[in-house]
Design a protein around this ligand. Structure first.
Ligand code: 48F
Length: 255
């Protein structure tokens, strides 16, 4: 029967992809701009990268531009990244405007084509910690999590784990809550996001992209929330540059 063939094809393909990703070079939590860009460059460099997104669709905060007006903005320093993805932009004043639909879909498609294995509807709810190091993620199905069902999670192992979960900083938060540890921040704790300052926020994001605990890195708004920087609204250059810097740092670490 055709119905059996359809179901078998779906289950077989999904399971073979998932089984291939039980051990990874890099696992990225969060499919916003910083996570997608980091995954793209790491996969292009030949690393085995798995990206987990808790929602149905990826792209994080890109889709709505600013207050639902569908344009995102970058400055000149982010253009080489857009060029690598083949995403178009329009020069406007000293800014570059990008249709947020093209930005989100272009980053997602670029990451997939580069070889990032993406699982949506998958929530990172905890990390694996052994010998003072993060060694992977604990995951569950988002619908199970949303329903609040008591169903145990499963784990994926990785040499490097990335928190790219945006403003909520979900991975670092659970690590800090459950373990008596000091983060590699100035106070050893999470410093929290500050109010808007677009210029400073962009710089801060890139500068603070990096390792926050052995085996665990932060990028994008997660880096801002972790290290106590200002938010920056719908300017996205810092997010893209953060993803690219993260890929470089991880490549050096994995050598
Ligand atoms: O929020 P998000 O787009 O993060 P980002 O890459 O970019 C921030 C900008 O979009 C914007 C901004 C620009 O100036 O301020 O906000 O830092 O994407 C984060 C993604 O992570 C997912 C979430 O659904 C979103 O798509 N996410 C959050 N928590 C989890 C998660 C989790 N526990 N497991 C998996 N995915």
């Amino acid at each position: 029967m055709k119905e059996v063939a359809i179901t078998r094809t779906i289950i077989k393909n999904h399971m073979s992809r998932l089984l291939d990703r039980l051990e990874n070079d890099v696992v990225i939590a969060g499919g916003g701009p910083s996570g997608l860009v980091a995954g793209f460059y790491l996969a292009k460099a030949g690393k085995k990268v798995t990206l987990l997104e808790k929602k149905l669709s990826l792209g994080g905060g890109i889709w709505g531009g600013g207050m639902g007006y569908k344009f995102a903005v970058v400055e000149e320093n982010a253009l080489p990244i857009l060029d690598d993805f083949g995403i178009r932009y329009i020069k406007d004043d000293n800014m570059y405007a990008i249709d947020s639909i093209e930005l989100a879909s272009g980053l997602i498609y670029g990451a997939v084509k580069a070889g990032v294995e993406i699982f949506n509807l998958t929530s990172v709810e905890d990390v694996v910690v052994q010998d003072g190091r993060v060694k992977g993620v604990v995951i569950n199905s988002s619908p199970i999590e949303i329903a609040g069902l008591h169903v145990d999670p499963i784990t994926l192992i990785s040499k490097i784990t990335v928190d790219a979960t945006g403003h909520d900083l979900e991975v670092v938060r659970v690590l800090a809550r459950k373990n008596e540890i000091k983060l590699l921040t100035p106070t050893g704790s999470i410093l929290g996001e500050r109010s808007m300052d677009a210029e400073e926020g962009e710089k801060f994001t890139v500068e603070n992209t990096g390792e926050v605990f052995p085996g665990l890195y932060v990028a994008g708004m997660a880096a801002v929330a972790c290290f106590g920087g200002p938010r920056m609204g719908p300017i996205f250059g810092g997010m893209l540059l953060s993803g690219k810097k993260l890929a470089k740092l991880i490549m050096e670490n994995l050598k």
